[in-house]
Design a protein around this ligand. Structure first.
Ligand SMILES: Nc1ncnc2c1ncn2[C@@H]1O[C@H](COP(=O)(O)OP(=O)(O)O)[C@@H](O)[C@H]1O
Ligand SMILES: [Mg+2]
Length: 340
């Protein structure tokens, strides 16, 4: 690669990182910047190699293309996908691509959720979701090595990497568990590196819209609401709370619903804020369905579901209102945790 090409690349990379969630303004030293550039150049070199074996239809910008090649070429090598057709949605933490399945998956189209490299989940309130769960490695196995736990606690670069992997592994493991249990979630196919392959909801022309954009017919709203409740109940039976449920994370297709986006799931007994998080999920679902003409009392419904599964109702501060960077909130959070 010529020097000029390299500089051009640096500019592109800088553009991408200006909205980087994890970089702390004012703390970016020259050394750190150089390191980042080196890592990005390594990514481009790997991508160039991958490009000789894997080519796809979707026309991506240069950085995105490198990132996709690096993320997906092993998956393509395992014949899980044969092509990336288009981008369905670009999110803050991940983008979803519509892919053609490879010889080893009999699906036609599949969805690839590819997490952005540096953009870890917005980690501000991440402690609230992490409490009571074991960090998982790239295979979805529990991490128990002391050095790994230390790295995560110290937020070292390696630790952040593990932390990132852990979110992805949680999403995949949850999909597997819930799909098996008969919940309305996309069928999970594979997880590799920073990507999850799953059932694609929609058709070749359009991906399923999120429920938030759909106006339901009156006679359709009630049965769909019941369906969501059934899923909430099923999740609790499997000791899971979605943690970010709303009409934005429910897809609507052919009159059916599919729950998506599970990296922040929490355990109803292991997480001290579980009841508050669960109530919020129920409240957001009710908010949407109320607007569609369904009568529902969120508080009553949440209480019924929660107690039916033998969980206790505990008074808590809403964790979404806590700011991990504020000392008084940190104290409150610690107090809340030790109370259990
Ligand atoms: N399996 C899927 N099939 C079709 N579209 C999907 C699928 N999964 C996600 N999407 C689309 O991608 C968007 C982002 O996915 P999501 O898992 O919610 O990630 P994010 O963390 O960015 O919100 C969704 O709102 C939906 O439009
Ligand atoms: Mg989402």
């Amino acid at each position: 690669m010529s020097k000029n090409q390299l500089y051009k690349l640096y500019e592109e990379i800088d553009d991408i990182h200006t909205d980087d969630q994890t970089s702390t303004p004012g703390r970016t030293t020259k050394k750190r910047e150089n390191k980042r550039h080196e890592a990005d150049v390594r990514l481009f070199v790997r991508a160039q190699e991958a490009a000789t074996e894997f080519k796809f239809t979707y026309k991506a910008a240069r950085f995105e293309e490198a990132w996709l090649l690096d993320s997906l070429y092993e998956i393509a090598g395992q014949q899980l996908i044969s092509d990336v057709l288009r981008k369905v949605k670009a999110g803050k933490e991940a983008s979803i691509y519509m892919c053609r399945s490879g010889a080893n998956i009999d699906a036609g189209l599949i969805a690839a959720k590819v997490y952005r490299p540096r953009s870890l989940r917005n980690l501000k309130n991440d402690a609230i979701y992490r409490t009571g769960r074991t960090d998982l490695d790239a295979d979805g196995t529990a991490l128990f090595k002391e050095a790994d736990v230390k790295a995560i606690m110290q937020r070292s670069k390696y630790g952040e990497e593990l932390r990132h992997t852990s979110w992805i592994a949680y999403e995949f493991k949850t999909l597997e568990k819930l799909y098996e249990a008969g919940a309305d979630v996309p069928k999970p196919y594979a997880m590799l590196r920073n990507s999850i392959m799953m059932e694609y909801i929609g058709d070749a022309g359009t991906a399923a819209p999120t429920l938030s954009t759909v106006r339901l017919a009156r006679d359709e709203a009630r049965p769909l609401f019941d369906r969501v409740i059934r899923n909430l109940d099923l999740l609790l039976s499997n000791e899971r709370i979605h943690g970010d449920l709303s009409a934005y994370n429910i897809l609507y297709w052919d009159g059916d619903i599919t729950l998506i986006d599970f990296p922040q799931v929490v355990h109803p007994e292991m997480n001290p804020s579980a009841w508050v998080i669960f109530q919020r999920d129920v409240a957001r679902v009710c908010q949407y369905f109320k607007a569609q003409g369904v009568k529902c009392d969120a508080r009553k419904l949440a209480t019924e579901l929660w107690t039916a599964h033998g969980h206790k109702i505990v008074k808590e501060v809403d964790p979404s209102q806590l700011d991990a960077d504020k000392p008084e909130d940190k104290r409150l959070w610690k107090k809340q945790q030790s109370a259990h």
